[in-house]
Unconditional design. Structure first.
Length: 440
């Protein structure tokens, strides 16, 4: 393919940067750092005030109005959860969660990694007004955790990356269920029924063979998401439900696609070429057929997941970090970091995740229900269990749900605990995994 100057100077370097496995985690980390710097600089008042600006969607008497912070958490994060839903569906159909024997180990590890952190948090906060934050240390940030794992390159086996991916996706599923069941406000039955109707429309469209993403976008956002926004069930759950309605079937089988493609190549090769600059109508027709069949050979689910990866990694999650990671550290830093909320989250994430993931993994192997991949050792599991304690994105999100009104102090303490735990777990996990290669 001929490279133009813009390809060499801008497009190719940007593509290599975006497609690197560690890039998403790096951008997310930098966004969090920028938010922390702004929140503790002379611009802190401007930073906090910016997210309080009101933004409204209005049509005649119908008005949906919220500040930017709520639009980020209820709107943009619905896109994040939509992609999480696409990943879950893909893994359940043809990935690590599709076969019970392979899925049981990361699933049980994820379950243990949710139970123990919540229990540890409750030990410190069961008799306080902050008891509702028990879901905060249950989450794992897949972008950060996998980003650190990929930084190690060939020092870790591929099977370990697969194990952590499956564990984190199962963890996301658990977090979605926790949000849906425990972090909802008063339920508006009429809105929930309306949401159910839109969900049935999306399911029916799937069965009828509708494959246009724009249809699912209009019904999913204009119908399902909007109904959930008013129902009391958190609107991000609509993103997961909408994702599960996206078709995961191709319109043409691989063998038929290959046959057609070969025919198109032969036809194109035999066409008369009039100019080297423009295509003839016959050439255009063949190329269009190639495009149509290539599109039909992919599932809408995979096409959407691939196309939305960059949007989520380089816009949704960084903006979320900018809006939520800006903690202004006051003179009470030590009392905040040693509060029952912070200690519960730090120990829940670092100690609870480690105990839960390791204990449930060992239990499955001892009972011979599952076994470790042949190229993994228990040191690999110890390292991954610590990486799972990085709870950044989802933990911050649940913090905003758990402490909604008159709880600024709890939110501050929770965010400080999340940052501390993520740094401790990420650092320890990195060095444990890095040292395995050196000791062999």
């Amino acid at each position: 393919m001929k490279k133009t100057p813009i390809d060499k100077i801008l497009i190719d370097p940007m593509s290599r940067f975006i497609n690197k496995s560690t890039t998403g985690g790096v951008v997310l980390f930098l966004s969090a750092v920028v938010a922390l710097i702004l929140a503790n600089s002379p611009l802190k008042e401007t930073y906090h005030h910016f997210w309080q600006h009101e933004f409204a969607i209005k049509f005649d008497s119908f008005v949906v109005s919220n500040n930017l912070h709520h639009w980020v958490n209820d709107g943009l994060m619905a896109i994040f959860f939509f992609v999480v839903g696409l990943e879950l569906k893909r893994e359940m159909i043809a990935g690590e969660l599709s076969r019970p024997k392979k899925a049981i180990l990361p699933l049980m590890a994820a379950l243990g990694g949710m139970i123990f952190p919540a229990a540890i948090y409750l030990i410190f906060n069961h008799d306080s007004n902050a008891v509702g934050g028990w879901g905060i240390p249950m989450a794992t940030d897949i972008a950060f955790a996998l980003g650190i794992l990929y930084l190690l390159g060939d020092k870790v086996p591929v099977s370990l990356k697969v194990f952590l991916t499956a564990l984190a996706i199962a963890d996301d599923l658990g977090a979605v269920l926790v949000i849906a069941l425990f972090y909802t406000s008063d339920i508006d039955t009429n809105s929930l029924i309306a949401g159910g109707i839109f969900l049935l429309i999306l399911l029916a469209a799937n069965r009828l063979g509708v494959r246009a993403p724009v249809f699912y976008g209009i019904i999913g956002i204009g119908g399902l998401w909007m109904a959930f926004l008013f129902s009391g069930v958190h609107a991000t759950i609509a993103g997961v439900l909408a994702a599960f309605t996206i078709p995961a079937r191709t319109k043409v089988r691989d063998k038929k696609y290959v046959e057609k493609l070969r025919g198109f190549i032969d036809e194109y090769d035999n066409l008369e070429v009039r100019t080297t600059r423009l295509k003839t109508p016959q050439q255009q027709h063949v190329l269009e057929q190639v495009r149509i069949y290539s599109k039909a050979a992919l599932t809408p689910l995979q096409r959407l997941e691939h196309s939305m990866h960059s949007l989520v990694s380089f816009f949704v999650m960084p903006v979320f970090a900018l809006a939520n990671a800006g903690v202004t550290f006051s003179g009470d830093f030590w009392s905040n970091i040693t509060s029952s909320v912070s200690i519960g989250i730090i120990l829940g994430l670092v100690v609870g995740k480690f105990i839960g993931v390791v204990a449930f993994t060992k239990l499955m192997t001892k009972l011979k229900i599952a076994s470790l991949p042949s190229d993994l050792t228990w040191k690999h599991i110890y390292g991954v269990a610590l990486l799972a304690s990085i709870g950044f994105t989802m933990s911050l999100f649940i913090t905003e749900l758990a402490f909604k009104t008159n709880a600024e102090e709890y939110i501050l303490e929770a965010k400080m605990g999340i940052f501390a735990a993520s740094m401790i777990g990420g650092t320890l996990g990195y060095f444990i995994l890095k040292g395995i290669k050196q000791n062999t």
